[in-house]
Design a protein around this ligand. Structure first.
Ligand code: 6PG
Length: 266
């Protein structure tokens, strides 16, 4: 049994304006969550699109967000040293974390210094289990990008990582260098409270169309699979990426959400 839910697609003129809107939304969510003194669990995205959001947060939200109560994780990582410019952690430190007062002890990068990536994946799982005691971790917000092939994090079309139903973190292989990756698994992502997709540029138009298709094909478009869990998904897109998607009006594609999401969270 599924309940059709329209995708929460928000379209902006360009990556700068979508990033500014996403930053405002993130601030509202963080500050509302930590009001009672709680923690906020945020998973960062890699790649290039999030750079703009991170720079907006660093420039305009240094004092507007209660960063001291935010714990930062990553949705995926390239298996390169942390000082490698291709590292997602390196990019986030450079554009955001060196400019806002997130305590160093609250920053939890995926380790890339184990001889075997599988060992690193298991080590990150242990790190996550220091913060999340349930069957699945519950991130407050997971930031994600969308690849032009429909991948997200390091969950690539047709990959065995998409079949993982128990592990929280697995190693993965991307089609382009650096091929060796670590990634959160689909169940972890879908059990988060909220997902923010950041999608900009004409090269993402076909992937966004497929991600929002009426019947999600998560094997060939992993990003579509994130619509099938408990997470509420906001698609922050620019006009260039949204050219093939019907406007988010009653004519928009229905978003299917299973009422049975598995796991203790349901
Ligand atoms: C990565 C990301 C990856 C990225 C997409 C989109 O490590 O590169 O996890 O999933 O979000 O490939 O990348 P762009 O934002 O650079 O287009």
């Amino acid at each position: 049994m599924v309940h059709p839910v329209k995708p929460d697609l928000r379209i902006f003129p360009d990556v700068e304006s979508l990033s500014r809107a996403a930053a405002q939304g993130l601030m509202d969510r963080i500050n509302a969550t930590v009001l009672g003194g709680g923690r906020f669990y945020l998973a960062l995205a890699g790649g290039n699109t999030p750079r703009v959001l991170y720079r907006v947060l660093a420039a305009d939200y240094r004092h507007e967000i209660r960063w001291e109560q935010v714990h930062v994780f990553w949705g995926d990582e390239r298996y390169v040293p942390p000082d490698d410019t291709r590292s997602n952690c390196h990019m986030a430190r450079e554009t955001l974390l060196e400019h806002v007062p997130v305590p160093a002890k609250n920053i939890h990068p995926m380790p890339t210094d184990y001889a075997e990536p599988e060992e690193a994946a298991r080590a990150y799982e242990r790190t996550l289990k220091n913060f999340f005691t349930g069957l699945w971790p519950r991130f407050n917000v997971v930031l994600l990008g969308l690849g032009s092939d429909g991948h997200t994090a390091s969950l690539f079309p047709g990959s065995s990582a998409l079949e993982e139903k128990e592990r929280w973190v697995v190693e993965a292989k991307g089609p382009a260098e650096p091929r060796q990756r670590l990634t959160l698994t689909l169940p972890v992502l879908t059990h988060s409270d909220q997902i923010y997709f950041l999608v900009a540029g004409p090269d993402k138009a076909e992937a966004l169309r497929r991600a929002l298709a009426d019947v999600p094909d998560s094997r060939n478009c992993p990003a579509a699979g994130l619509r099938l869990g408990r997470a509420s998904v906001v698609w922050w897109a620019d006009c260039a990426a949204a050219t093939l998607v019907e406007t988010p009006s009653p004519l928009g594609s229905a978003d299917l959400r299973s009422t049975v999401t598995g796991g203790e969270d349901g």
